[in-house]
Structure formats: structure tokens, C-alpha cells
Design a protein around this ligand. Structure first.
Ligand code: SAH
Length: 228
């Protein structure tokens, strides 16, 4: 569980409690606010989660050892051209996790601004809780609770990987970018296409073996094209 710059320490306490309620333990926070008594009061019997929490100074550090990065947002833009914001519901997301063994970072944004465009672009997958259009933004800890409830229903424990994770996904994206290079793909479309590819792979939640297979194909294709 990753909280990016939480500003309200009571919320952090409530997040810790929800985590304990659904059997989650690993909390990582990027530049959080100071935790006062309020956070510990709200956490109740989940104080240990706050005490064990890792604090890092950048988003990249928070997701460094995770294979899949799952962002969350209450703001969803309709239309398939808004590729950064095509979301899954918590249920659709957890349905797809069947058989996924790699470590997942579940990322929640700060109360006032949410996740930045840059952070969202780095996420492999976006989850949004369907809510009323007039006020779709939930309190941070409420959003966490709903997503963890769904995960709990399927007994999926984010942050308890069976295997160690490596940044294979980034290498695959790099191979894809190399392929774009090899075919002289127009510069102005590069970033968009690259993020789109990351998102497609994110929604598919491929296994490590599938990653390597696709990487092999891209690698060979780029080499052959460059030789010509
Ligand atoms: N105005 C902010 C609101 C952030 S609310 C924004 O632009 O997003 C704080 C965090 O709670 C969000 O970053 C997200 O992680 C989570 N959240 C709030 N409402 C949500 C919803 N409907 N679905 C999924 N996550 C939500």
C-alpha cells in the first residue's frame, strides 16, 4: 500500500486500521505529514502498521520493488483517447488478479490533489470506485477501505509476493520504445503510444514468463529492422 503525500494524519490512521481489518500490513508513504496522536487514535489496534511503515521521499522509491503499479483516482475522463484515465472498477481489477504472484503497489493520492499526471502515467493500471457523478471523490481512507475489501474477498494480499520482483516491466516498455525507434515512429506520438502500451499490459496483468516472451519478440524485431 502506497500513500503519496497524505496531508491529514487522521486519514493515515484510518488507512492503517482498514489495512489491518483486511489483513494487509505493508504501508509505504511518500513524504507524509507528521503523525500525531490523532493518527494513532484512528488506527486503534493497527498502531503497528504505522510504526512499521516505510517513509520514502519519492514516488519512484515507493514503487521500486513492485511489479505492477496500480493507481487510484476518483476522476475519470470518458472517451478512449484519454488513455491515462481508462479505469477498472475494484471488482474488475481484483477479478483479473487471479494467479498474479508478483508484488503489486496499490497507490493512493493526496487528499487535495490526488496523483499527478506524471504519477498516473507511471501506473500500469488505474482503478476507480464508481460513485455519484455530482461528488465522485471519496475520502482517502474510505477509498482504501473499498479497494481492500474487494481484494480481501478474493484473499489477495498485496505486498506479500511469493516471488521476488524485478523491474521486468520497465524493460519491456524499453524494448517497445526501442522498437518505435527502429521504425522511426513519429516523435510527437511516442510518449502517448508508450503509455498506451504500458496501460494495455497493465490491464492484462501478464505473468513474468509472458513478459519475457513478448520482450524476446520485440528485441528480435528491433534488431532485424536496425540491421536493414
Ligand atoms: N481532487 C483529488 C482528490 C483526491 S482524493 C483528485 O484530483 O483526485 C485522495 C485519493 O483518494 C485519490 O488520489 C485516490 O487515491 C482516492 N480516491 C478518492 N476517490 C476515489 C474514487 N472514486 N475511486 C478511487 N480512488 C479514489
Amino acid at each position: 500500500m502506497v500513500l503519496v503525500e497524505p496531508r491529514v494524519d487522521g486519514n493515515v490512521g484510518a488507512v492503517a486500521r482498514a489495512m489491518a481489518n483486511f489483513g494487509f500490513r505493508e504501508l509505504c508513504m511518500v513524504n507524509p505529514c507528521t503523525l500525531t496522536d490523532e493518527a494513532f487514535k484512528r488506527a486503534k489496534h493497527a498502531n503497528y502498521i504505522l510504526k512499521e511503515a516505510t517513509i520514502v521521499s519519492s514516488f519512484e522509491d515507493a514503487i521500486a520493488d513492485c511489479f505492477h503499479v496500480v493507481g487510484t483516482s476518483g476522476i475519470v475522463t470518458a472517451g478512449e483517447k484519454h488513455y491515462i484515465r481508462i479505469p477498472l472498477t475494484p471488482k474488475e481489477f481484483t477479478d483479473r488478479l487471479e494467479g498474479v504472484e508478483e508484488k503489486i503497489a496499490l497507490v493512493f493520492g493526496r487528499e487535495d490533489m490526488g496523483l499527478s499526471q506524471e504519477q498516473l502515467a507511471r501506473c500500469d493500471l488505474l482503478v476507480s470506485i464508481p460513485s455519484h457523478e455530482e461528488y465522485p471523490i471519496l475520502n482517502l481512507s474510505h477509498a482504501v477501505t473499498i479497494v481492500l475489501y474487494e481484494l480481501y474477498q478474493r484473499s489477495i494480499h498485496v505486498g506479500s509476493p511469493k516471488k521476488a520482483s524485478e523491474p521486468e516491466r520497465d524493460r519491456l516498455i524499453q524494448f517497445f520504445d526501442d522498437l518505435l525507434d527502429a521504425i522511426n515512429y513519429p516523435e510527437f506520438r511516442r510518449e502517448r503510444t508508450s503509455i498506451m502500451f504500458r496501460r494495455i499490459m497493465g490491464r492484462a496483468l501478464p505473468s513474468r514468463w509472458e513478459f519475457h516472451t513478448i520482450m524476446g519478440v520485440f528485441g528480435d524485431a528491433a534488431k532485424i529492422i536496425k540491421k536493414k
